[in-house]
Design a protein around this ligand. Structure first.
Ligand SMILES: *Cc1c(COP(=O)(O)O)cnc(C)c1O
Length: 822
């Protein structure tokens, strides 16, 4: 997108490649790529083999097959790539640094202002709001989403082009010495320091070192906007030629005098250049207000009048950067991204659409792209190219602008002027069995389309945070040795969180294996386009044909089963069918035992119908230090059993025993593969250890009614909820049939309303329960968090005398699942 194309020879200089193989010296590069799953225009892409939890060099082959011909690789690996004689290789010491050098160089091609934003919180919101506030006067290029890391910043800068005249770039750090690198790349002219809080405390020795590190971003800025209260304690020189400060202190440039909260807005009164000014802010929560003040200060510093600022701030809207995946009508999948529309977020949404394997047909509903006036042609051309690259089958385009450039779009396209025109024609479209991306700028109100296509209402939902799943997955990947494979347990509807939705994410993230409990679970995944190997733990011999047709691999745990499989597979003319042998090393549930070894070997070596793909066992208490000796015995038994089997079979197989807790607590038990389960979903199960996991599931409902009930009266069945004071009682639509355990009634369970914790009152009913909201702010329709970050599955488990596994898998299927990416 950088509309400057770099010549490969020039590139070699820029990134100081020590050794370059120029097989095609005429190539030009305009696209950066570091992920072989996200290739769009291969001919002009430069692939960086970065090393994070997986070594990027592993994916060069795949990237080459996709048509990429230019690679930045680590010097030491050059020899490995000799066979690719039609590609250019740039060999460097550090591939990430090379990417950063290129971004820094690219940024230097432009002399328009670059605003850099850092701080503990609010970076993304302030960036997005400044974009809204300044869009009328500038062609702005900005960081996509919260791309603010060592990788995100170069990718953000790469978008800069001559079409723009202002850049807004976010910078985030989690430990010392990171900011210098970001500062060199961004080289900002204007700085905004949002605030200093406790995020990433563990990466810094003190708040002071953290503040100093963050300020390194602003060494050479012309103007710095900040609140002195965050920096004063450190008595450190604040960088920047000119300062513009805000806060309640008398010495600040924008001095906040008063704040008055109204029903749905806040009135701010302040003093600027000796004059009292007032502003109405369309938010009431404190974090939003602080972010607005930060934007207000920035606009004043840039010379805007209070009148203009007030007009624009009144129109600010909350930033929702979510992309939601929901089940739609006629067996469709709806991806709802109706909050913004620009090229970089369109690309991200299309990536997510491409990741959906469950449907072949892809439909995009797209609004006008509200980019600034004078680069419309370019923006729509880019959009049309993207839509072509991502192979959209049908485009439904809405808006007057996009209609004017209809000749750009080559696929089956229908144009409408307004959303209501589509809505009145909606029956003429066939959305069945399709993945539909709804991507519209906020002003178009595309949520009206998504409401119709998803038949959605205000119900109880289980929200699954796909970023959290990816975070947890990557955390466990980092704990693995280089050659250890990863199997992920997606049995029981992925621990209650979903089926192909989770499997798609795992396939996209290249795990090695999936495991399900039953054949039909495996078939569902196959029908949804999952082609990873799948182990089935409780296959029924009666469904063997199905198993074979869908390339599912059975677990075999007994002689009866083994003999039946050999016989039946023979009838089906199968040779070397992959099976998994389960050993019992102490669980005493299923599996072969030591005494079975000879007979097992005889049976296996006398047939060519099956092939042992893996041998595995299960640990009974790997999360609990009390059982560590027993766990070690299990591991030793497993090792011994394997070596005997290996000797007799004469061929190797995958060996695996570790579940989630064993991955973190018994690194020596990784063998060839591990089986990740509960940890993926962000649940802590390790005795005395706290893993840096993110809870992936949030269970939400809303308030249906609020009543005032007198002291002495009772609430719910059996008159168990006797009130000791006049009370406000809220009814919420979740009950034990949804998986909210009856034991959580009568004050045992807690939920969260508007950030405040409240308790249940009375017995839990089948579809509803009641909360005591006497002491808190609560209205009908308010969202209520039943389980999430504050009220964890671990807490619910402790209160109901069970384990988090049961809490997750008990959430009933009638609770809608919604998946989102941020
Ligand atoms: C469910 C299961 C796992 C995963 O266990 P976690 O504790 O959730 O990691 C591993 N192996 C087998 C055989 C399982 O059934």
């Amino acid at each position: 997108m950088g509309n400057i194309a770099y010549h490969v020879k020039e590139l070699a200089d820029i990134i100081q490649a020590a050794y370059v193989e120029l097989n095609d010296p005429n190539c030009r590069i305009d696209t950066l790529c570091y992920d072989s799953r996200k290739v769009t225009n291969p001919e002009s892409s430069l692939f960086f083999a970065l090393s994070d939890h997986r070594d990027g060099h592993q994916f060069i082959k795949e990237a080459f097959q996709l048509g990429i011909r230019n690679f930045v690789i680590h010097k030491q690996t050059l020899g490995t790539f000799r066979q690719y004689n039609k590609a250019n290789f740039f060999a460097v010491d550090d591939t990430l640094r090379a990417l950063q050098q290129l971004a820094a160089y690219h940024r230097k091609q432009f002399d328009y202002p670059v605003i850099a934003i850092t701080g503990s919180n609010g970076k993304t919101i302030v960036k997005e709001w400044l974009n809204q506030l300044l869009a009328a006067d500038f062609n702005i290029v900005r960081s996509p989403k919260s791309y603010n890391s060592q990788l995100g910043v170069p990718l953000s800068l790469w978008q800069m082009s001559h079409e723009h005249n202002l850049a807004i770039i976010e910078a985030g750090i989690s430990k010392k010495n990171e900011m210098e690198k970001l500062a060199k790349m961004i080289n900002p002219t204007i700085g905004i320091f949002t605030n200093l809080g406790h995020a990433h405390d563990d990466g810094f020795s003190s708040q002071e070192t953290k503040a100093i590190e963050k300020l390194r971003l602003f060494h050479d800025v012309e103007l710095l906007v900040y609140a002195p209260k965050y920096l004063r304690p450190f008595n450190h020189k604040t960088p920047g030629k000119v300062h513009f400060t805000w806060g309640v202190e008398e010495t600040t440039d924008l001095r906040i005098l008063r704040q008055q909260q109204r029903e749905n807005h806040t009135l701010l009164e302040a003093k600027f250049k000796g004059i009292e000014v007032a502003l109405s802010v369309p938010f009431t929560d404190q974090a939003a207000i602080e972010n607005v003040i930060c934007c207000w200060a920035t606009l004043l510093a840039l010379g805007y009048s209070t009148a203009t600022i007030a007009k624009r701030i009144a129109k600010l809207h909350p930033i929702k950067m979510r992309l939601e995946l929901k089940k739609g009508i006629s067996n469709s999948s709806i991806i709802d991204d109706s909050y913004s529309n620009d090229i970089s977020s369109l690309r991200i949404a299309l990536d997510f659409l491409k990741q959906q394997n469950q449907h072949h047909r892809r439909i995009l509903i797209l609004s006008d792209i509200p980019a600034a006036i004078n680069n419309k042609g370019l923006v729509y051309q880019q959009a049309a190219d993207l839509i072509q690259q991502y192979k959209i089958d049908q485009l439904i385009a809405i808006g007057e602008d996009i209609l004017k450039v209809r000749h750009f779009f080559r696929q089956d396209t229908v144009f409408f002027n307004e959303v209501k025109d589509l809505l009145s024609n909606i029956k003429s479209f066939d959305f069945s069995n399709s993945a539909v991306l709804i991507k519209g700028a906020r002003t178009f109100g595309f949520e009206r389309i998504s409401r119709i296509l998803t038949l959605q209402s205000h119900e109880t939902v289980l929200e699954i945070n796909l970023n959290a799943l990816e975070h947890n997955l990557n955390y466990y990947k980092r704990l693995l040795d280089r050659n250890t494979k990863l199997m992920v347990m997606v049995k029981a509807f992925s621990y209650g969180s979903g089926s192909f939705e989770i499997a798609n994410l795992l396939q996209f993230n290249k795990v090695d294996y999936l495991a399900v409990a039953y054949v039909d679970e495996g078939i569902t995944l196959r029908n949804a386009g999952i082609n990873l190997p799948i182990m089935v733990m409780s296959p029924e011999i009666g469904s063997l044909e199905q198993l074979v047709t869908h390339h599912l691999e059975p677990e075999i745990y007994s002689f009866d089963e083994l003999e039946a499989y050999i016989k039946q597979l023979d009838i089906l003319n199968q040779k070397h069918y992959p099976v998994h042998i389960k050993l019992d090393t102490g669980m005493h549930r299923l599996g072969f035992e030591e005494d079975d070894l000879l007979r097992l070997i005889t049976l296996i070596t006398n047939t060519d119908t099956i092939k042992i793909k893996s041998v595995f066992s299960h640990l009974v208490g790997s999360g609990n230090s009390q059982h560590d000796n027993f766990t070690k015995e299990q591991i030793d038994k497993f090792r011994l059993f394997n070596s005997q089997l290996l000797n007799a079979l004469g061929y190797d197989f995958i060996k695996h025993i570790a579940n989630t807790s064993a991955i973190s607590r018994f690194p020596e038990a990784q063998f060839d593969m591990v089986r990740l389960g509960i940890g993926l979903y962000g649940i802590q199960t390790d005795d005395g250890l706290h893993q840096p996991l993110q809870a992936a599931a949030q269970l939400k409902t809303s308030i249906t009614q609020i009543k005032t009930v007198k002291k002495g009266d009772t609430v719910s069945y059996n008159r168990s909820g006797k009130l000791t004071r006049d009370s406000k009682i809220a009814t919420v639509k979740i009950g034990y049939a949804d998986g909210y355990n009856r034991k959580l009634g009568n004050g045992i369970g807690r939920m969260c309303v508007n950030g405040q914790t409240v308790s249940t009152v009375g017995d839990i009913c089948m579809d509803m329960c009641m909360l005591d909201v006497t002491a808190v702010t609560a209205h009908v329709g308010d969202e209520v968090i039943v389980m999430g970050e504050q009220i964890t599955a671990e807490e619910l488990a402790a209160k109901t005398g069970t384990i988090p596994y049961e809490i997750l898998t008990s959430i009933s299927q009638r609770v809608k699942r919604v998946y989102y990416y941020e």
